[in-house]
Design a protein around this ligand. Sequence first.
Ligand SMILES: Cc1ncc(COP(=O)(O)O)c(C=O)c1O
Length: 359
Amino acid sequence: MSAVIPLHGGNRFQEARRLGVSEESVLDASASLVPFPLPRRLRRCLMKALDGSALRDYPDVSHRCFREAIGKWHRVDPSMVLPGNGAAELFTWAARDAASEGVSTLPVPGFVDYVRALCCWNATYSFQQLPLSWSSKAPQHFPVGPSTEVIWITNPHNPTGQLWSRSSMEDLLKRYRLVICDEAFLPIVPNGEMQSLLPLVGDYSNLIVIRSLTKLFGIAGLRLGYAISTPERLNRWSQWRDPWPLNGLAVAAGTMLVSDHLFLKHWIARVNRWVECEGAWLHSQLESSHSLSPCPSSANYFLAHSDSSLVPLREQLARQGVLLRDCRSFEGLDERWLRIGLQNKAGNRRIIEAIKNVS
Ligand SMILES: Cc1ncc(COP(=O)(O)O)c(C=O)c1O
């Protein structure tokens, strides 16, 4: 068994090596990416960019076309958009602002990368323990936390899949000097956009919304995210980071993916239907497996628990080529918790079969 507890899911390469199997034979449900085949137009776009100047030339430092396309999609001015090398890169700059405002509140269990980002700037933070049981995947009221200067929200929350209501987060904008809201998974959630804080960015200069394209399109290797906030804040971040954080292929792909609104609408509707149908199926099968109790989730992943350690189950599934997320690296969770990323129909059936083979 691996002695090192991974900080993130999505370690297909290391796990395949550890298990002595090919990467292709492994079903990676430890990361939570949309599992559809890449859109054909994305392949075409990348080929065109390769044949053109995307590799030879430096990328446009202003990312003007990409920012305009994102701005049109979310109905904000392009000056309020900053593309990043994945959402993760942008957390680093949000954390620098957080450090200068004061102490950050981090709801836990939560996404560990915020701690990494805050540690870059020696920022102080404290944890807000979230309740570990809830009864519905419907939008919930975000619980009142400690009085600090900054709060980091993940909507839907990772690893729990809880969807926070916009109205409860609006209160936070009045309580905290800075609110950083990570909406990396929000477009994947059916009706999730109704809880987005994006419509409020024009009214609140203390709000940063960070989004990712890597989950929605299953392109984690390309690295594409963006922040939406005040132009002053984003200009400041631009001065801090290296001049070309996004490569030319990623910029070409990102611009193409968000420019055609009809394509976007159809893609998101298909993703939402998958979460609705396959999510319900996987949840009910996990419930009846008796090995795990899945929590209600609005998102494309389920947190599941048991009364005893799930480390042996996780390892037995890995031996069958099915990787689930070890949750021991989440503050507040232990070996009795696992997170399962929703797969396509065949993948979800493979997960359930593998669990049945163990129990
Ligand atoms: C909640 C959350 N936000 C952001 C990210 C990172 O997104 P990106 O791949 O765009 O850096 C992750 C990755 O797992 C995540 O779980």
